[in-house]
Design a binder for this molecule. Structure first.
Ligand code: KDG
Length: 360
């Protein structure tokens, strides 16, 4: 009797654990990394441990693809190049980690384009709202010569930039009210939402145009600022919102898709200069392969993360085309203010790539 009761308890506990882990899985069914192919460098060209700092968590597509980057380097150099990844802003925020690349106190980081505009101003083109209406268009832009030329402009800054990753479409969350229009952001009889933005003036303009109180802040501080009520909300892709547990302190989400700012995989020029040319070539190749894998993972994550957030209690407002159009109209002044500064030609070139993709 005692034995069977014990068995029953175990069975119930097991079923509960299974149900809980199933309902609260930490990642979707993700594609395995592509096989590692290509020549192995057997010659001893020196050993290097490359330290990569990231803002995001271990469950993020960014972290998983960075591990794959490390696996490529290690397998193709018989373990002479190794990579250690430090997630969760533990080494600093995007701005600090880029400075660390300049001084050589960190080897690599993968920040958003938005804070990287400090080095290459024209990257602010990605901050323009509703510029990249589909993922296909975004990918075509990230692979275009126009966008790749912007990475070359890091030359001379102490930073070497290799490729774009996907951060994803940014969505609004907050702890105050459901948002389905710019008026809900601004609040008619009540005050506008206090929204954390990335540290970038175009992002600030977007939220000013929507009537919010924008508060620029480093990513690593966002969770506690929301927990303490210092800010009402923030905006990030669903995958980041989920993997950073923002749903624990944010009751409302809106599928605004207002901006698509990529990540950039970059290395300290000091680290780069220490690598043998054969290793340099391999790093560039591995960065491009990791980028392609990251974009795939981020795509697989996106809707799944939104649905998970809903299951975990976040009230998510899906917006129809008319509702999105209202947001688009409200942020038009951002183009008037920033397109001339970013460069009308650059904006037009990107818009042309978008149009060509949409017509394909
Ligand atoms: O590693 C990248 C993150 O640090 C950061 O860029 C995340 O999108 C982000 C944000 O909102 O700051």
């Amino acid at each position: 009797m005692h034995f069977s009761l014990h068995k029953l308890t175990l069975a119930i506990t097991g079923a509960t654990l299974f149900a809980t882990s199933f309902a609260h899985a930490n990642t979707p069914d993700l594609s395995d990394p592509p096989p590692i192919e290509g020549e192995v460098i057997t010659e001893d060209l020196g050993s290097h441990n490359i330290r990569v700092g990231l803002g995001l968590a271990e469950t993020s597509p960014l972290y998983i693809s960075t591990q794959h980057f490390g696996d490529i380097l290690s397998e193709r150099t018989e373990g002479r190049l190794t990579v250690d990844v430090f997630p969760n802003s533990q080494l600093g925020d995007d701005a600090q980690m880029m400075e660390m690349l300049q001084t050589g106190s960190l080897d690599m980081t993968i920040p958003s384009t938005s804070p990287a505009t400090t080095y290459v101003e024209e990257l602010a083109v990605f901050d323009l709202p509703f510029l990249l209406p589909s993922r296909e268009a975004a990918i075509a832009v990230m692979e275009s010569d126009v966008a790749l030329d912007l990475l070359d402009q890091f030359d001379g800054t102490g930073i070497k930039a290799f490729a774009y990753h996907e951060n994803g479409y940014r969505q609004l969350t907050n702890s105050v009210r459901a948002v389905e229009s710019p008026e809900d952001v601004a609040g008619l009889d009540v005050s506008g939402l206090t929204i954390r933005t990335m540290e970038n003036p175009v992002q600030l303009s977007i939220w000013e145009a929507l009537g919010a109180n924008p508060t620029p802040m480093a990513f690593g501080e966002v969770f506690s600022a929301m927990e303490q009520g210092v800010i009402d909300g923030q905006e990030n892709p669903w995958s980041t919102i989920l993997t950073s547990n923002f749903h624990e302190v944010q009751d409302y989400g809106s599928e605004t898709r207002h901006v698509y700012t990529p990540f950039i995989i970059m290395m300290s020029e000091r680290t780069w200069d220490r690598l043998d040319p054969a290793y340099q070539e391999l790093v560039e190749e591995a960065a491009r392969e990791a980028a392609a894998y990251e974009i795939q993972l981020a795509t697989e994550y996106d809707d799944w993360a939104r649905d998970q957030l809903e299951e975990r209690g976040m009230q998510i407002t899906r917006l129809d085309d008319d509702q999105i159009a209202a947001f688009q109209e409200a942020v038009q002044p951002v183009y008037d203010q920033w397109a001339p500064r970013i460069g009308e030609d650059l904006v037009a070139e990107i818009q042309q790539i978008v149009e060509d993709t949409m017509n394909d």
